[in-house]
Design a protein around this ligand. Structure first.
Ligand code: ADP
Length: 631
């Protein structure tokens, strides 16, 4: 087949078109980053080649010196970024440059609003990459040949960034990838050696292989523009803030500066260097199970793998950076990593580094920590399920919750804050779980606590249910759901003792409870008199050791079968409605009212009625009766 006849035009995946459009519009004020992105890709391509060549050094084709070249041509208005890395086959080019294979892409595009300013800020989270070429280029040409492929198997990809691209065979291109940008007329400024050098210095100095440019003036040959030394191997004090930030953008595929970092070298029996970053913002695919781009593993400065998930526990999957060690063989595979003592020690070491970094931030930079918590708090909470029991307390120290003590929507109260405000004699940390803060704040369960001025933590993330099943105590105080079991807060009483008539009351109240229980039959486990309520007539609680009611709701919503756990209905004997029932109701009415009490207790905890129509019918019957009485 000749090169001509093999030429094909293919359409971009819809998402690519959207992304391209958005990118060109959002990044025009930051055009120069196209070069950073292309050099970053070229550097990754070199890393991949070096890694694959560990098993098969023929891939080097007798040219093991890896580098990246940046050239420009003023007459033709082109800038080229050329690497001799892994290259791409025809199928790989179609897959990599014509589609977005990232997990979570669908969710990302669902988040787009169509409002360009809002959407622009999302693009950074998605990562800009190769498509940023189109910010400056009206046409992009990519010529590539995969390392080890036959010389005849080169490919050329051309697109104007509209709806489609062409792809054709090219004979005998060198190994690696050449990206040629045909610049738009208004971006001539980049056709300037000085400008290009300064952009490379600014963003790509940390790239560990040489970035070459032809010498200026009449001199022949190339010169290296960057330091060409792996950043993490340099002395901490010689690395500037900007250099650290640019390196982050490269490894993290992020657009924004990171929130924090920790760079450390461990020496001794085990030797490794780690440079880890906390991003400023949660990645768009953080909640996607297949979230990628985590920490990269290097062995003796040779890149081994992306997203080495063994290096950090899943709850720290938002961390970005590198680990470089001398203590693993170069030919290590993902499978071997899974049960490797060295990796286990490194993992324990860097997990501790990250947690120390966070706890320091929490102590010394509370504003920054708040930002962190808003973005990643839910992930950190997952750690309580994953971490060993002896680590739970350290982790829990990092947690922040909403609370009745604060009137904002923020999660800002730590368990230590809570303990410092506990009432004299209070032994437990009280919490309530609910679907959202409004339901939580209005929960009848809080009534007695607010009357007594006792703080209650309000837990509204779904993960909180797992937090409370895995974290039983903190600092010697147990955590206690106020929606379960019987309350024992009498010792904390601030008001007067009960009235003398208590015993008499008890008898008739218990009779009423019995009647209501009979009326509700199978719906409840028990009906009992409560003291948790002050303004509501009734609420539902579960047995101390049963599954919490909110967790039941979550599991039910996710379609899980639950064992039959009946709630306990607690009624407030001081509520006028309950008093009325006690004094003058006939049995038929008691039956309707009992169901009403039950249903409203269920509604107020955010629950779903089994028989909403029945509820409405009873409610209407009661309205009618009231109407008749007034006539
Ligand atoms: P990202 O780098 O974030 O994955 P890009 O859109 O920049 O996203 O690139 C998509 C893919 O195209 C890369 O993951 C890589 O597989 C491939 N690619 C891009 N540039 C090169 C290159 N210079 N050499 C080899 N492969 C490349």
């Amino acid at each position: 087949m000749s090169a001509e006849t093999s030429k094909e035009t293919l359409g971009f995946q819809t998402e690519v078109q959207q992304l391209l459009h958005l990118m060109v519009h959002s990044l025009y004020s930051n055009k120069e980053i196209f070069l950073r992105e292309l050099i970053s890709n070229a550097s990754d391509a070199a890393d991949k080649l070096r890694f694959e060549a560990l098993k098969d050094d023929k891939l080097f084709e007798e040219q093991p010196d890896l580098n990246i070249r940046v050239e420009f041509n003023k007459e033709q208005k082109t800038i080229s970024v050329i690497d001799n890395g892994i290259g791409m086959s025809r199928d790989e080019i179609i897959e990599n440059l014509g589609t977005i294979a990232k997990s979570g892409t669908k969710q990302f595009f669902e988040k787009l609003t169509g409002d360009q300013t809002k959407d622009s800020s999302l693009i950074g989270q998605f990562g800009v990459g190769f498509y940023s070429s189109f910010i400056v280029a009206e046409k992009v040409e990519v010529v590539s040949r995969r390392a080890g492929a036959s010389r005849a198997d080169g490919v050329r990809w051309i697109s104007t960034g509209q709806n489609d691209y062409t792809i054709e065979k090219v004979d005998r291109p060198p190994r690696g990838t050449k990206v040629i940008l045909h610049l738009r007329d208004d971006v001539d400024e980049f056709l300037d050696g000085f400008r290009l050098r300064s952009i490379i210095k600014k963003y790509s100095d940390h790239i560990s292989i040489p970035v070459l440019m032809p010498k200026e003036g009449d001199e022949k040959g190339d010169e290296t523009v960057n330091s060409a030394k792996a950043l993490w191997t340099r002395n901490k004090k010689d690395i500037t803030e900007d250099e650290y930030n640019e390196f982050y953008k490269h490894v993290g595929h992020d657009f924004e500066d990171p929130l924090a970092r920790v760079h450390s070298r461990v020496e001794g029996k085990l030797e490794y260097t780690s440079l880890l970053y906390i991003p400023s913002r949660a990645q768009f695919d953080l909640w996607d199970r297949d979230n990628r781009h985590g920490v990269k593993l290097y062995v003796r400065k040779v890149f081994i793998m992306d997203d080495a998930e063994q290096l950090l526990p899943p709850f720290l999957r938002f961390v970005r950076g590198i680990v470089d060690t001398n203590d693993l063989p170069l030919n290590i595979s993902r499978e071997i990593l899974q049960q490797n003592k060295t990796i286990d020690s490194i993992r324990a070491g860097i997990t501790k580094k990250i947690l120390d970094l966070l706890s320091n931030m929490a102590d010394k930079e509370p504003e920054k920590y708040k930002k962190f918590w808003d973005e990643f708090g839910k992930a950190i909470k997952e750690g309580i399920v994953e971490e060993a029991p002896d680590k739970k307390e350290d982790l829990a120290r990092l947690f922040r919750f909403s609370s009745t003590h604060e009137h904002t929507d923020d999660q800002s109260v730590s368990l230590s804050d809570y303990i410092s405000r506990m009432k004299e004699g209070q032994k437990e940390i009280y919490f309530l779980t609910a679907e959202n803060l409004t339901t939580a704040r209005n929960s009848p369960h809080l009534e007695i606590f607010s009357e007594k001025g006792i703080e209650v933590l309000l837990l509204t993330d779904p993960i909180d249910e797992w937090v409370t099943t895995h974290l039983h105590e903190f600092d010697g105080k147990s955590l206690r759901s106020i929606m379960k079991g019987e309350l024992d807060i009498d010792g904390l009483e601030s008001g007067e003792a009960d009235t003398e008539n208590k015993e008499n009351d008890d008898k008739s109240q218990n009779d009423l409870a019995k009647k209501i229980q009979d009326a509700l039959g199978e719906k409840v486990k028990e009906v009992r008199i409560t003291r948790r309520l002050t303004t509501s007539p009734a609420c539902l609680v579960s047995e101390m050791h049963d599954m919490g009611r909110h967790l039941q709701q979550i599991l039910q919503a996710s379609g899980q079968e639950l064992p039959d756990m009946k709630p306990i209905l607690e009624i407030n004997p001081t509520h006028p409605l309950v008093m009325m029932l006690e004094e003058k109701m006939e049995d038929k009415q008691i039956e309707d009212w009992s169901h009403m009490l039950f249903d409203q207790a269920l509604l107020s905890e955010g629950g779903k009625l089994d028989d909403p129509a029945g509820f409405v019918k009873r409610l209407n019957a009661i309205f009618m009766e009231m109407g008749e009485k007034q006539d």
